[in-house]
Write a protein that binds this ligand. Sequence first.
Ligand SMILES: [Zn+2]
Ligand SMILES: [Zn+2]
Length: 221
Amino acid sequence: MKLSIVYDNEANNGFISDWGFSCSIETGDWHILFDTGASGEILVHNLHRLGIHKEEIDIITLSHKHWDHTGGLRAVLHPGVAVCLPSSFPLSFKKYIAKKAARVVEVSEPKEIVPGVYTTGELRIARLLSEQSLVLKTKGGEGVVVLTGCGHPGLDKILEAAKPFGTLYGVIGGFHGFNKLELLHELEVIVPCHGTIRKNEIMRMYPQKAARCGAGMVLEF
Ligand SMILES: [Zn+2]
Ligand SMILES: [Zn+2]
């Protein structure tokens, strides 16, 4: 499983940083884009820099409806691509996707998306807002890596929701407002991205396990 950070508040040389998040997942059989950042232009620039063209993407999963995760969607939609989103998304948004000949796949319960890739299902944030996170099985059998968007439901809740899929091995993405930093000790790989407020503290607390996130970062599991 190859993960490439496409869009983040920070970026490596040659990539553009911006407030938002997107990550590409290549399983060997499937190519999934998780979230699309805020700007289509920046998303496409960073995708091309990684050597990825939108036509290669089989599935786009959207964590939640905030603009910094959905703003780039228009630039990567193409006929036949499946867009997997929480059922709480507005009807107008689903209709827009269908109009572009893409397939809308609504998520509510936890389930397998493709072999080795699962969704936590919708974790509720507010009455009309929910967020899904992805759970990825490592090839080496270490366990699962959790991929979050903003992380609004609370990272502790997201990790709990991921546990039925395997032993927690890593976590990557936004840890929105997460304060129980000691809970991270059970993980082997910690990559705080996007809007994680206590990023520097996490890096200091887990120097062996934590890595600095940024667009252009590539991880293999
Ligand atoms: Zn958000
Ligand atoms: Zn966000």
